[in-house]
Design a protein around this ligand. Structure first.
Ligand code: GDP
Ligand code: ZN
Length: 306
């Protein structure tokens, strides 16, 4: 569906676009050119170049075992300003590696990330968990990434989250069960009722929504809901560029012995040395935190396998 001015048109893809199928030709947030083809009907003629995009490797059509299928890109949302990485303090347990993967996707696609730990109410009586949450949140804040501890159920941190959205277009991504729908409803009570029927035009072009929806917030801005994302593979991130998405590595990387060091098992790697000598703890002090380095190594290995 495409919103054109105040009207919503049921649209189909023009033939040339249909030929380029694969699921990512037109996605939520895209700006498109349409021509009217009938009452409340139109055809999408062209899609504008995307300002930003959140993309991942598409799951192979034949399931996880289908190793022969060519890699395809799955774009989850276009022209979105913010990525809200939503994980739960517990139930389900969160993994920093997952957060770091989404931060790479955000940097690659031009989105500003915010990390959100929901369900902090479940951590209240667990001192160890609370300490870990604070420490992990501090790690990202040290990297300049806003990190919020919230509870959709109790309302903690919802105002701060609304402020972080700041009237822009944001996409929620995280494993199912983390509380994305609950957070969307905490931000905008009654939002669910409008899910799936509204798309919007905020700029000159036209916006279109397909399976994911663009949900308007009274406080300004929009939320884009995505289906739960558990494993997050990359479509077009190369091993060479991966470290550029870990900006705290840069000041050390200049001292690696090899100019093309990938900070894996190479000898005299200054990034690895920075991890070993400590001084991480958030990255603000100029060190490299072991948690981030381990994420990096795991992603690097997964890129090498692909
Ligand atoms: P989604 O799959 O990410 O959209 O997650 P949902 O919003 O459907 O939430 C999954 C489950 O977690 C539901 O049973 C919610 O009631 C519960 N839940 C959501 N937010 C909170 C919270 O802040 N605290 C607690 N204790 N449970 C929550
Ligand atoms: Zn190195």
């Amino acid at each position: 569906m495409v919103r054109v001015g105040g009207e919503v048109l049921e649209c189909e893809l023009r033939g040339a676009l249909r030929g380029r199928a694969g699921g990512s030709v037109v996605v939520a947030g895209d700006e498109v050119w349409v021509t009217a083809t009938g009452p409340r009907k139109g055809a999408i003629e062209a899609v504008r170049p995307r300002r930003t995009k959140l993309a991942r490797l598409a799951p192979p059509p034949g399931g996880p075992g289908d190793r022969d299928a060519p890699a395809r890109e799955k774009v989850l949302a276009a022209n979105v300003d913010r990525l809200l990485v939503v994980v739960a303090a517990r139930d389900p347990e969160y993994k920093l590696g997952f957060i770091d993967r989404l931060l790479v996707a955000a940097a690659k696609g031009g989105l500003e990330p915010v990390v959100v730990w929901n369900k902090v109410d479940l951590a209240e009586s667990d001192r160890d968990l609370r300490a870990r949450l604070e420490s992990d949140a501090a790690l990202y804040r040290g990297l300049g990434v806003p990190a919020l501890l919230v509870s959709a159920r109790r309302g903690d941190g919802i105002e701060a989250l609304r402020a972080a959205l700041d009237g822009r277009i944001a996409v929620l991504a995280g494993p199912s069960g983390a509380g994305k729908s609950s957070l969307a409803n905490a931000l905008q009570p009654g939002l669910k009722l409008r899910t799936g029927e509204v798309s919007a035009s905020t700029r000159k072009g036209r916006h279109v929504t397909t399976r994911v929806s663009l949900l308007p917030l009274d406080s300004g801005g929009y939320l884009v809901d995505t289906p739960g994302v558990r494993a997050f593979g990359f479509y077009d991130v190369s091993p060479d560029e991966l470290s550029s998405f870990f900006p705290e590595f840069a000041r050390h990387a200049v001292r690696c012995r090899f100019p093309d060091c990938k900070h894996g098992v190479e000898p005299a790697c200054a990034v690895r040395a920075a991890v070993e000598s400590g001084g991480g703890g958030g990255g603000g002090g100029g060190g490299v935190d072991r948690r981030r380095y381990e994420s990096y190594r795991r992603i690097l290995e997964s890129l090498a396998e692909a």
